[in-house]
Ligand binder design. Sequence first.
Ligand code: SF4
Length: 56
Amino acid sequence: MIANAVKYKDLDMAVKAGLNDCIKCGSCSYVCPAQIRLVQYIDTGKIRYAEAQRKK
Ligand code: SF4
């Protein structure tokens, strides 16, 4: 859910899905059967979130 929210630029949904709880351990990417690079999306989301916070 976090990766999809980031992919579609829905930062609020990404946060609701747990963006800020992720510790970027990489386990989800490791086990993803579709080999989606989930951590990269999460990392992008964290950067976007930090930028949004800075602008406030
Ligand atoms: S990297 Fe994936 S498995 Fe690890 S904390 Fe974040 S969402 Fe959970």
